[in-house]
Design a protein around this ligand. Structure first.
Ligand code: G3P
Length: 222
């Protein structure tokens, strides 16, 4: 399973890249706003800066909701860098735009997906990635991981090539559960990725190894 980081923070993207486990980045208008990035020029520059840090795909979301605006924006975004993936919402116009970009050989990410039916539409239009938001489903007492499982079954039944990109991940267990049901990608906050490193027995074990090594070295000296 690929690990993407879900942020527009350059510092966090660098930190994740330095860990050696990062496969890509996803952003959205809320995450860009959180970093104080606004205005077309600043947004475009920020995407290029992200692409220069990571080796993998970088999802850049359109703001327009009408088909013509999505096409114009998506083409500008795709022209920024070869690793830009045009992120489009799960709407009628969004799906039509996915079909258009697929025909042009431009990668797409269908966002704001909350049902298996929506995931089928994204796949039929040829989306590179589909982004089911699992945390937001959990927030309304619906099991988000079950949706990933359902989409996996459907895509496998029909050989859809769209990659399942589990989004709206809130904690490390979401990552593990998504891996268990066969998500292709998990896009996560940095905190969920770094939490995977930690286990008390690792900490205790390492402390003991180092203490034993020190003891043995002192015994040789004595
Ligand atoms: O990037 C889309 C998604 O990951 C948003 O997550 O935490 O705002 O539900 P969240």
């Amino acid at each position: 399973m690929k690990f993407f980081i879900d942020t527009a923070s350059l510092a966090q993207i660098k930190e994740a890249q330095d860990l050696g486990v990062l496969d890509g980045v996803t952003t959205n208008p809320s995450l860009m706003a959180k970093e104080g990035i606004s205005g077309t020029d600043a947004v475009m520059k920020h995407y290029v800066a992200i692409c220069e840090i990571v080796d993998g795909d970088v999802s850049a979301e359109v703001i327009g909701t009408a088909y013509a605006d999505m096409i114009r924006e998506g083409e500008n975004l795709a022209a920024l860098h070869p690793r830009i993936v045009v992120k489009l919402p799960m709407t009628r116009d969004g799906v039509k735009a996915i079909k258009y970009f697929t025909g042009k050989g431009i990668k797409t990410n269908c966002t704001l997906v909350f049902s298996a039916g929506q995931a089928m539409l994204a796949a039929k239009a040829g989306a590179t990635y589909v982004s089911p938001f699992i945390g937001r489903l959990d927030d309304i007492s619906t099991d988000g991981v079950d949706l990933i499982d359902q989409i996996r079954t459907i895509y496998d039944n029909y050989g859809f090539g769209t990659e399942i990109l589990a989004a709206s991940i809130r904690h490390p267990m979401h990552i593990i559960q998504c891996a268990e049901v066969g998500a292709d990608v998990a896009t996560c906050p940095l905190s969920a990725i770094t939490a995977l490193f930690d286990h008390p027995l690792t900490t205790i074990g390492l402390e003991k190894f180092l203490a034993d090594h020190k003891k043995a070295a002192q015994a040789v000296k004595a």
